[in-house]
Ligand binder design. Structure first.
Ligand code: ZN
Length: 40
């Protein structure tokens, strides 16, 4: 199973929901690092 997360290095926060990650970008203009990983 694949999962995605978005990390904000500035806030040291991790978002598992793309909608929330996009909201954070809109509100803060922080660049996020997208990571994909496999959960077994
Ligand atoms: Zn941030």
């Amino acid at each position: 199973m694949n999962a995605k997360s978005w990390k904000c290095p500035r806030c040291n926060l991790v978002f598992n929901d793309e909608a929330i990650a996009n909201l954070h970008v809109r509100l803060t203009k922080h660049p996020l690092k997208k990571t994909e990983f496999t959960v077994s």
